[in-house]
Structures are given as C-alpha cells and as structure tokens.
Design a protein around this ligand. Sequence first.
Ligand SMILES: Nc1ncnc2c1ncn2[C@@H]1O[C@H](COP(=O)(O)OP(=O)(O)OP(=O)(O)O)[C@@H](O)[C@H]1O
Ligand SMILES: [Mg+2]
Length: 401
Amino acid sequence: MPDWAVPRPRITKLIAEGTQRCPLTIVTGPPGAGKTMALALWAAAEPGTVAWISMDDFDNQPGAFWSYAVAALGRSGVALPAGLSAASRRRASGHMFLLQLASVLAAQSPPVSLVVDDLHVLTKLTVLTELDFILRNAQPGLRMVVSSRVDPLLPLHRYRLAGELTEIRASDLAFSTVEARLLLAQHGSALSADSLGRLMRRTEGWAAGLRLAAMSMDGCSDPDQFVKELITEDSALTGYLVEEVLKGAPPQVREVLLTTSILEHVNAEAASELTGDERAGAILPAMARANAFVQPTGYGWYRYHTLFAEVLRLKLRREYADRVATVHRRAARWYERNGMLTAAVQHATQAGDWQLAATVVIDALAISEIIEPRSSPSLADEFRCMPRGEAWAGPQPYLVA
Ligand SMILES: Nc1ncnc2c1ncn2[C@@H]1O[C@H](COP(=O)(O)OP(=O)(O)OP(=O)(O)O)[C@@H](O)[C@H]1O
Ligand SMILES: [Mg+2]
C-alpha cells in the first residue's frame, strides 16, 4: 500500500466478515469510490490465502480470464494439478476444465479468496456463467470478492436470497469526516470545520474527489477558498469526471445528463419535458444501472452526485450556452404544472424570464384566492421559501403580484 493510504478498518472489517460468512462479496461504487483501495487494504491484513486478478477489456474472453485466474491462484500458493494451467490456456477441455478447477478449489481448507477487481469489464455471458458455476461448485473452499462499478452480471438475487452474498456499496465506501481529515493531513492540508463540512457535502465522501482536492490544495495559499471553487473548467476534478464518466456515455445519454443537470431531482416526465424528447425518460433506469453517479431515490426519481451535477452544469453552460435559458424556462413550466411554485419561480428567474416568474406568482395567488379566500398556508410557505436579496435584484415579481 502507498504510504498516503488512509487505513479504513471499518471497511476492512466489512469485507473480512463478508468473506467469512458468504461465498460472494461484492464491492460496488462509481469510478474512484475507493473499491480497489478498500480491497487492497483488506488483502494486506488478511491472514488467509488471497489470489488477485484485475480485469481489463482484453480479459473479456474465457481463455484469457481463466488463464489469469489459474495463474493468480497458483501464485497465491494453491496447489494446482499440472494439467490445469495448460488446460486453462488451451480451453481444450471446456467443461472438464471447470469441473476439475471447482473440485481443486472446493478442497481448499481454509478457503482461498479470489479477488476479481473491475468485474464490470466482463460482459461476455460465457465467462460470467462459468464464474458462477465455479463459485457454486467450489464450496466450501472458495470465497470470491469482486469490485465493480455497477452491479455485476451474476445472478445476485439467488445469492442474496440464499444469504450467500455480502454487499458493500458506495454509501459504505464514502469517506467519513474523520477519514477525510486524515486524508487531507497526509497531504499536509488542514481545513476549517466549515470548509471541511462544505467539502464533505460536495464530494459526498467520494474518495477520488477528496484525494484530488487534497492534492490540488497542497501548497495552496487559501485552501478554504479552494474548496468553494472545486469545479472549474481546468480543475483536476472536472478532468477526472469528464474522462472517467462523461466521455464513455453514448450521445443520447450525454444529452439527457447535461440537460437535466439543472434539476435537483429528475424523473421520466421531467427528462422528456426538458429535452423535448419523449424517449428521454425511458433511458433513466438504464443510465442509473450503468453509472453509479446517477442514483435512484425511489418512485421513479433520480438524483446526480453533487460534484457530477456541477460538472454537467458547467459543460451545459460551455457547450450549449444558447440552450440554458430555454431549459430553465421548460423546467419552470414543468414545476408550475406540478404545483411546485418555488422551484418554478427559481427556474424562471434563472432563465431571466421575469414575465414568466411573475405569471407563476400571479396565477398561484389568483387560484388560491378563488379556492381559499383566506390565503392558503401552502402558498404562504412557498413565499417564505423564495430567495431574497441578491437573487431578486431584478424586477420585483412581489410588486407585480
Ligand atoms: N484509503 C484511501 N486512502 C487514500 N486515498 C484513497 C483511499 N481510497 C481511495 N483513495 C483515493 O481514491 C482514488 C480512487 O480509489 P480506487 O482506485 O480504489 O477507486 P475505485 O473505486 O477502484 O475506482 P475505479 O472504478 O476507477 O477502479 C485512489 O487513487 C486514491 O487517490
Ligand atoms: Mg478500481
């Protein structure tokens, strides 16, 4: 482990307990969530035998996958019959090879742990089916620990139902404030409690975000100010999120992400309204499955990770400057139709459309006067929530109303 690695005993314990109880432990989270580091910290502390393979795009073939797996098991000290490694390379024996491997692994006592890092890269059904076969038939001698950016394409429901699955997710991997302070200290940085709180809210404990911030802060004369300006055109964080997350997204997904990034929460109807594309809403579930920065919040609603949303909004302003006002205006109308007046007025003002903002308020007042002549409490609440001061420096919808 590098000397800047922050020990994470609570995650190490979760993985250790998982491998003691279950044949399969999965560690999932977005790019940079700290999955590999968490597994490496656990492996370094694990007294038992650990074999480790890291996947890349070239390993998405049964031949390549099993020859790496067999080599890693051999290196970790598992005694494998001579013919097995040759068979893994040739794939001549097919099912025989899998049966033989399963029986050797099943006999391991104490069990051997096989780490498969970046399992999301494996998408070929053949390899995944074989992996599932080995896992089911190599008990009690094999523990599999996998990391993946999305739920691996293994029959997780079956393992879950049988109580044979330990799940460690992004929320578990998120750095606590104490861990983040330690990480900053490794880089000689310290922040005031306020700034640390702001950094935690914006990164949501995302490991790569915290470390990139800590590295960029190194030698910075005003770290507190730095935390306020994390996402800029040329910041390391923006670069990481664009390279690792946005670049690989298909054009239609990118379009939906950028356009809907102005919303706090998005559902299918809002996505279609903002993009003007009826099919946009339908891709939200797939987007959430493929990208852990898009998080389902229940009942068909989704939210974007705070920093990811900031980068999307930055890109929207840069790449589609002429579209920003239209998108805010559409959001205002959608919120108004759905009775969310505060949000409607906020988006109308962000569109610079004071006429629309005033209309939303007047219509709401008129309707509430007709329906509830003695003023509606919900409307009163809406007014109390309205932004004041600078945000209202333009024409005053209050006066119009
Ligand atoms: N325990 C830690 N101590 C210090 N830094 C950490 C720690 N865990 C993660 N990080 C920082 O976050 C970065 C991302 O961590 P890691 O590589 O484990 O993420 P990941 O979830 O495996 O990402 P990917 O999906 O890209 O493989 C690391 O390179 C490191 O800078
Ligand atoms: Mg990794």
